[in-house]
Design a protein around this ligand. Structure first.
Ligand code: B12
Length: 229
């Protein structure tokens, strides 16, 4: 008898949420690895990890969960993503720099988005929260990046830096995402605002720089695909 993947992912979400309440990292890891293996990155991120982040955030705000749960889930999710991210290397690989603009600390959805790009054969270089604009530009130049994706919750994170963002956006495709990006009254044409739907956003970024042939991630078992693809 076949299983219904959406039911399985619903169950996975509830199990990850329960394990988060119990601060049970082993279960979070096991359930996520299972879901990634069976359902792939896109479905696990959109149907399990993002909903759990949202629920933890909402429960934390409402006082039903503590700061400990928010820290725990962030660390557990980063651990699972790091464990699975095999390097995509070679001249054919496309490179994306991910970062949050200065003073922006909400970087977790961006990290999950990075896993989705990795599964599409992108080498993902993540600078994380609160990244200086000079560092973002330097990384993009040094890596000869094919694209940069910046995310932020607060509009001011982008608004205060429009001149340097515009300059950067003239040198390569620059995507901005999150509530802060969507709230920009008039984004200059150099900034491409991504939709909230992470799969649609990943498809959009992926379409800008066409996939190159022969991109082979470094691994040991002979499969020619990222493990979490
Ligand atoms: C967790 C959290 C934090 C964590 C962040 C952890 C981390 N590493 O990411 C920490 C503790 C660091 C934090 C700090 C602060 N936070 Co905070 N935080 C939250 C909280 C509770 C959850 C955010 C979250 O992860 N949600 C889950 C995700 C899945 O949902 P989402 O963020 O809405 O994202 C959606 C879209 O925007 C989109 N999206 C988001 N990012 C990206 C990226 C890409 C590439 C794409 C394609 C899509 C996308 O995807 C989602 C689709 O549903 C929210 C409140 C809430 N309930 O949402 C407040 C909230 C975001 N925080 C807020 C504030 C004010 C702060 C602080 C200033 C608080 C303080 N007084 O100290 C600080 C500092 C902020 C700063 N300088 O950046 C405000 C922001 C208000 C605003 N617009 O300015 C919120 C809304 C709380 C509130 N109601 O006031 N916070």
């Amino acid at each position: 008898m076949g299983t219904d993947p959406s039911t399985d992912l619903g169950l996975a979400r509830r199990r990850v949420m329960a394990a988060t309440r119990d601060l049970d990292g082993a279960t979070v890891r096991d359930v996520l690895l299972d879901a990634l293996l069976v359902s792939g990155v896109d479905a696990t991120v959109t149907d399990v990890m993002m909903p759990v982040l949202r629920e933890v955030g909402d429960d934390w705000e409402a006082g039903r969960l503590g700061v400990v749960h928010e820290h725990f889930v962030s660390s557990a999710f980063r651990g699972v993503l790091g464990e699975l991210r095999l390097p995509v290397q070679g001249p054919q690989a496309r490179t994306v720099v991910l970062a949050c603009p200065p003073r922006e600390l909400h970087d977790l959805p961006l990290e999950l988005f990075g896993a989705m790009l990795h599964a599409r054969w992108w080498r993902v270089v993540s600078l994380g929260a609160n990244s200086p604009m000079t560092a973002i530009g330097e990384a993009a130049r040094f890596l000869r990046a094919d694209a940069v994706v910046l995310a932020g919750v607060r509009r001011t994170a982008f608004e205060a830096r429009l001149p340097s963002l515009t300059r950067l956006g003239r040198t390569l495709p620059l995507f901005v995402a999150g509530e802060g990006a969507k709230a920009l009254a008039q984004a200059p044409p150099e900034l491409r605002v991504l939709p909230d739907d992470l799969v649609a956003a990943a498809e959009l970024v992926d379409a800008v720089v066409p996939a190159r042939e022969e991109a082979v991630p470094v691994h040991t078992d002979g499969d020619a695909e990222p493990a979490v693809g």
